[in-house]
Design a protein around this ligand. Sequence first.
Ligand code: BGC
Length: 384
Amino acid sequence: MKKGKVILTIVSLILVASLALVGCTTPTVAPTESQPAEAQPAAAGELAVGIVLPTKDEPRWIQDETRFKDALSKDGYSVEILFSQGDSAKEKQNVETLISKGIKVLIICPQDSKAAAASAEAARAAGVKVISYDRLITDTDAVDYYVTFDSVAVGQAQAQYLVDKAAGMKAAPLYLYAGAASDNNAFLFFEGAWMTLQPKIADGTFVIKNSAEAVALQDKATLTRDEMAKIIGQVTTNWDFSVAKNLAEANLTAAAAEDKGEVFILAPNDGTARSIADAFAADGAVTKYTITGQDAEKASVQYIIDGKQSMTVLKDVRTLVSDAIAAAVAMLNGQTPEKTNTYNNGVIDVPAKPSAVVTVDQANVKQAIIDSGYYPATDFTGLQ
Ligand code: BGC
């Protein structure tokens, strides 16, 4: 077995039609509509669905792998999950491997939204349906469906948290950080954050301290993609913990004492939030910080309990995984997955079903994370 490759071995993931052909029962995730005659079953024993995830270096994607395994084993499926380790060339190779194994549906979270167009096109050419998972593949028409959270709502939730905590303040120092410019989501998160923060920058509640590009655009309520790209270019973490740490430290070194005190920090996700929070916590001139995150990574849930990270946005990966499986099964049956929205990827409007997100801080961490069954209480210390 190749490194980085996980093979789940319960039964081969075959479409409902094949299951019927070999006399098995219909899996519980099968859609309720009747199966059309033109369904193209994979041969029994063939791998019908392949999954490609971006990297094992971030707990977020290990979460997805774990939740996929949980869901698929419960439903009696087998599937192959490959990781791209942050490398678009490796991602393309993974997709080619899966195509050669006869997959009918590809579930892929692109490392780089644009670079993954070539993989999507290779899949399309081989007659494989493409589900873009969490991150949208852009610049191609070869995407059949997008399973996602409402990423604009993620940015809005992060910004709203900062706005609420700064209520009544004047000229509160604001530090902005963003995800990787190669990830379409980074733009959606930033768009949501900006639409909520900008009025509070305009009314003097916040003063941006670490981005001249953002300052230059601070009077604009909505930004074009190019304008967002300018700001993101200046405050990107590249979704990388050490890039985030170095940037935060450089920002703090450049900042004057009056730019510190009680500060507000838009951090794009949990991994980068922990790095940035550690840098701010280590600065003697920072008396208090409020910092955002997203993903409800275990380490950040512990940071929230310990008062080191202010909030996270819980994106219940169980929902995303079950939506992805439902979409794959629908496609295997020649049906169309449920659509509640579309996302333009620069070429087409991709049908999608975005899921809701939940703001989590110390006040509701027990209810949202533990009582909901997302993680067991035994994974944490100091829970009330
Ligand atoms: C995902 C986030 C994740 C980030 C970094 C984004 O596309 O939506 O959940 O934290 O990538 O991997």
